[in-house]
Design a protein around this ligand. Structure first.
Ligand code: ZN
Ligand code: ZN
Length: 389
């Protein structure tokens, strides 16, 4: 791994910045403090800063020379609504909120890169440092796009980076094609007829309909949907009846869950097949049903050209420690909305071993400070290559 020596003096500040953000986590669209710090630092680095795009989103633009290539670097900055249980000096000071996905890492290393790039000579073009709010399921990327992100700041390519426990801090995975799954929600309401628990034949029992549906939904992938492009369907919620009324069959049952896929075709098929099972089950039990499939986040699919560019930069920084084969995640990331507006590439930066088994969204997870230099080096190198004169 080759890191330019000039990163070294910045590391104490970048590390303390990371700890500061970790201790003050903010949820999606509430990142007032975090985005304020991000905007101020980018301004101090000499960038032109646009605040308040997507409520708390920030775009810092560095224009050098009169080159025409424009690239976007995406970072997230939101935390999760969960308690931090590990003890560390910079533990969350806000009960019930923590940086359990490592989104306290990108602001420091992107600031490090911005500061270095602003001082560089021999570059020409434009780079947009996009700090998006609300990546964790609250729709930050979509809102930024809807509020005109790519009209205000057109990009010829857009890049995203996420920490990945299990990869070493000097390792990066840069892979063409699917990286993260679509993340959609489904909801089914069976509308039966409530009755006495002792006389179910006099009503229409939605509880039993739900059980039948569940046993049909789980084998859906592999029986109706080809398992090879990969897909996941999980039931995650149900509302029915009252534990204080165990002799009452309720009128309705609500059940909901998530559906994941990597291609538009499989995504369409999941919507259709879950609906078919819902309606089929309702018909079997002679009751009405409501079915909703909410398309939330498309899959992240890395563009070939953008991936080749990211791979070139990663190889310069990490040498042989660049993986070009790495299994896609069944999680989602709304970076996909950016990738719909410009050729995109989403890379995984190693976070070192999973300490005590803590992975993303675990109450003990932590971004690895040792990865800050890697992040600075990667973003700097990518921009240097993209905007080389
Ligand atoms: Zn997350
Ligand atoms: Zn994340």
């Amino acid at each position: 791994m080759s890191f330019p020596d000039e990163i070294e003096p910045d590391l104490p500040f970048l590390t303390s910045l990371r700890h500061n953000l970790h201790a003050h986590p903010e949820l999606g669209f509430e990142e007032e403090r975090t985005s304020g710090i991000v905007a101020t630092l980018l301004e101090e680095a000499g960038l032109t800063v646009h605040r308040g795009l997507g409520k708390t989103g920030v775009v810092g633009t560095l224009q050098v020379g009169n080159g025409t290539r424009r690239i976007g670097l995406r970072a997230d900055m939101d935390a999760l609504a969960m308690p931090e249980k590990a003890n560390r000096p910079y533990k969350s000071t806000i009960p019930g909120k923590m940086h359990a996905c490592g989104h306290d890492g990108p602001p420091p290393f992107r600031f490090g890169a911005a500061r270095r790039l602003a001082a560089k000579r021999g570059l020409s073009g434009r780079v947009h440092f996009i700090s998006q709010p609300a990546e964790e399921g609250r729709g930050g990327a979509k809102r930024m796009v809807e509020e005109g992100l790519f009209d205000l700041f057109p990009c010829d390519a857009v890049y995203g980076l996420h920490n990945m426990p299990g990869l070493a801090i000097d390792e990066m995975a840069v892979v063409e094609g699917p990286q993260l799954a679509s993340s959609d929600s489904w909801r089914i309401t069976f509308r039966g007829t409530g009755t006495h628990g002792a006389k179910p034949h006099l009503g229409k029992d939605p509880i039993t309909a739900r059980a039948t549906l569940l046993s049909s939904v789980q084998p859906l992938v592999g029986r109706f949907v080809d398992p090879l492009p990969a897909a996941v369907v999980s039931a995650c919620s149900r509302q029915a009846g009252d534990p204080k009324a165990l002799n009452v069959i309720p009128d309705t049952v609500e059940i909901g869950g998530t559906a994941r896929a990597y291609t538009p075709e499989v995504r369409n098929q999941l919507e259709e097949e879950i609906g078919r099972l819902a309606h089929g089950t309702a018909a079997m039990f002679n009751m009405a049903v409501d079915y909703q499939f909410e398309r939330r986040i498309p899959p992240v699919v890395n563009d070939a050209d953008a991936t080749a560019r990211a791979l070139k930069a990663a190889t310069e920084v990490f040498g042989k420690n660049v993986l070009t084969r790495f299994p896609p995640s069944t999680a989602g990331d709304d970076f996909s909305f950016f990738g719909q507006n410009a050729p995109g590439c989403y890379v995984w930066l190693g976070n070192g071993p999973a300490v005590d088994g803590a992975l993303h969204h675990n109450t003990a997870y932590d971004f690895n400070d040792e990865a800050i230099a890697s992040g600075v080096a990667f973003w700097t190198t990518l921009v240097e290559q993209e905007l080389a004169v």
